[in-house]
Ligand binder design. Structure first.
Ligand SMILES: [Zn+2]
Ligand SMILES: [Zn+2]
Length: 394
């Protein structure tokens, strides 16, 4: 009977997903994904399991809140609850709701769980005074953190602009990456990507309005003798940042000796249009195995021009900005020549775009069949939403 076998397989699959989630939680906790050169836990999961980004997001969401939802996870391990059910809970449900939803999930479908979670009262900050508008930033060793405070009306405009750029980036991403293919693609563009896209769009409009129409770029001052780089009016750059910024001609480099400019840019490192076309013809995507990004690729010098690497086809590969940065930060290594490229992670293991899937050596987990939730028509009138405990009053 088909349904009996389906129930048996569903139980086994739930138990297997439960174990996968436990293992991914270990990756998450020990921060192990950094060494694979991938951007996030979800990216590692998508790549290593050969699964879609959305499935990988679900797995990593559950893994991330594993300790908060012990009953739900146990339900998966025992074959009773599915990854998608627990995924909906882990992505949205309030703290402390493990018992409530573990119970509900035994009868509720994924859609019904979503509805139930939407019914949770959300805390609103209505009682707090309106904050002052402000932009502040603080610089750390490697990053600068901006804090932008806007009243709700302006925040809404900002939000809408950010959302529109995010939607456009996601549409591009979907065009470039098959959502169902197993790849080490950069994960879906996030809000930071949308923010940078917004800034660049504003900048481009500004340039178009000016008479000479030259694109303003990041300016880097390079000391030719000391091999140091400094952002214009900004901090001294690390070796990795300097080489990253000057690898592709994406920034304007001023060469200096004893603080005196001796020339801007160097013709040998700029990539002319013909060379760029030839590169794009050869490398249609980012050269890192499994990454199929096609947007905003940088031309990377395999041997940096600072060290005498020529700006020629055999010494250049196209990389997406994410993997380009990862390389110059030492998270992955890329060795050439371009036609025999080797990409390794921080342990020196070669990266490949294959998934880890192989025929099983162990018998399937022995769990009872899972007939799935009853999925009866839910009568929301009688449903008691999860009530988060009120925070202690001070
Ligand atoms: Zn580079
Ligand atoms: Zn890439």
């Amino acid at each position: 009977m088909v349904f009996e076998e389906l129930a048996e397989l569903a139980g086994q699959r739930n138990a297997i997903d439960g174990r996968i989630v436990e293992l991914v939680a270990e990756l998450d906790r020990d921060d192990l994904c950094g060494m694979t050169g991938a951007r996030s836990v979800a990216a590692v999961v998508a790549w290593k399991l050969g699964t879609s980004p959305s499935n990988a997001n679900t797995i990593s969401a559950v893994a991330h809140r594993l300790s908060e939802f012990p009953r739900c996870t146990q339900g998966m391990l025992e074959g009773r609850l599915s990854l998608d059910q627990v995924g909906v809970i882990a992505q949205r449900a309030a703290d402390g709701s493990d018992e409530h939803y573990a119970q509900l999930a035994t009868v509720a479908t994924v859609g019904q769980l979503r509805t139930a979670i939407k019914l949770e009262p959300r805390p609103d900050g209505a009682s707090r005074p309106e904050p002052q508008r402000a932009i502040t930033n603080t610089s750390g060793e490697d990053t600068t953190t901006w804090k932008i405070t806007l009243p709700h009306s302006e925040a809404a405009t900002f939000d809408a602009a950010l959302q529109s750029h995010h939607d456009a980036l996601v549409a591009d991403w979907k065009r470039d990456h098959d959502a169902d293919s197993a790849d080490n693609a950069p994960p879906l563009p996030n809000t930071v990507d949308a923010f940078m896209s917004l800034v660049e769009a504003g900048w481009d409009t500004d340039v178009a309005r000016r008479p000479h129409g030259q694109r303003t770029t990041v300016v880097v001052h390079l000391d030719v003798e000391k091999h140091t780089g400094q952002l214009h009016l900004g901090p001294l750059l690390s070796d990795g940042d300097r080489q990253y910024l000057t690898c592709d001609a994406t920034c304007e480099a001023w060469f200096e000796r004893d603080g005196q400019p001796i020339g801007a840019s160097r013709t040998t490192r700029t990539i002319n249009r013909r060379l760029r076309r030839a590169l794009e013809h050869r490398d249609t995507t980012c050269a890192v195995p499994g990454c199929s990004a096609t947007r905003g690729l940088h031309a990377h010098h395999i041997q940096h021009w600072e060290n005498g690497g020529p700006t020629e086809l055999h010494n250049l590969v196209l990389l997406c900005p994410y993997h380009h940065r990862a390389h110059h930060h030492g998270d992955i290594t890329i060795t050439g020549p371009a036609h025999q490229l080797t990409v390794t992670d921080s342990d020196g293991d070669p990266l490949s775009s294959r998934s880890l899937a192989r025929p099983p050596h162990h018998p399937p987990p022995t769990v009872p069949p899972c007939p799935g939730p009853t999925g009866e028509r839910a009568d929301w009138k009688w449903y008691q939403p999860f009530q988060p405990k009120a925070p202690p009053e001070n």
